[in-house]
Design a protein. Structure first.
Length: 247
């Protein structure tokens, strides 16, 4: 008899939308891009958004697609899904969820239980409608509530969380905040405007310096002309037997 083992196919989609509102989508993109930028020089930090994570080998019925997850110890690269048993069994250490207006508390409780059961170290949940941020950190094997979250610094990421009037702000260790593509373009436009202004000021300074040089040259020419006139007058006086120095 020949025994064959069928390959397990892990679906790459759960049929659910990535985001249910523009606010949720923009936050997901901002957090994902910010985390990628934070670790852009580390080849062994993988960041993903809305990617199905299968924590248990062979169990395609056990999965979750975090809005953003950060995985230390795994190489960057494209994946159809994150199949943990094929990734040296490395669990995503940091997970972000952005709550949708349609998300019931039961759904959020299930996500928390999933992340608790499967070894996530840090879990952050933000509700943009209420501007509320919750966090959990694994201590002695359990995800414990972080209090207070305002000003909290992630042990894994090194980022700081702040809640302002405009919502959630995440600050890098160097003090720069995570920004969206629109904010990045606005900053670039300001940078271009500042560069243009500096170039204009430099050009105006060059023009003023050139004008000053021209005025100095004209003054030198006038002085030379005056000196020539004085010499001619002195010569005339001497012709008349008058000492110009005695006048």
């Amino acid at each position: 008899m020949q025994v064959t083992t069928a390959e397990i196919i892990y679906p790459s989609s759960d049929g659910q939308p990535m985001a249910e509102s523009t606010i949720q989508y923009e936050l997901i993109v901002k957090i994902k891009a910010g985390c990628e930028s934070l670790f852009k020089d580390d080849p062994n930090v993988f960041v993903a958004a809305d990617l199905l994570w299968y924590p248990v080998e062979g169990r395609i019925d056990i999965s979750q697609a975090p809005d953003t997850m950060v995985i230390f110890g795994r190489p960057k690269g494209d994946r159809l899904s994150y199949i943990q048993c094929r990734e040296d069994n490395v669990t995503p250490q940091v997970v972000f969820e952005i709550r949708s207006h349609n998300d019931r508390q039961t759904k959020m409780n299930k996500k928390l239980s999933f992340y608790q059961r499967h070894g996530v170290e840090e879990y952050y949940l933000y509700d943009p409608e209420r501007n509320e941020l919750q966090g959990w950190q694994r201590l002695e094997g359990n995800l414990e509530v972080i209090e207070p979250m305002e000003g909290w610094i992630s042990p894994r990421l090194g980022v700081r969380f702040e809640l302002g009037e405009d919502g959630l702000e995440i600050y890098r260790p160097d003090g720069e905040k995570f920004i969206s593509y629109a904010e990045l373009e606005a900053e670039r436009a300001l940078d271009r405007q500042r560069l243009q202004q500096e170039a204009q000021r430099a050009e105006q300074a060059d023009q003023r310096a050139e004008q000053a040089d021209q005025r100095a040259e004209q003054a030198d020419q006038r002085a030379e002309q005056a000196n020539q006139i004085a010499q001619r007058l002195a010569a005339k006086l001497r012709e008349l037997n008058i000492d110009p120095d005695s006048i």
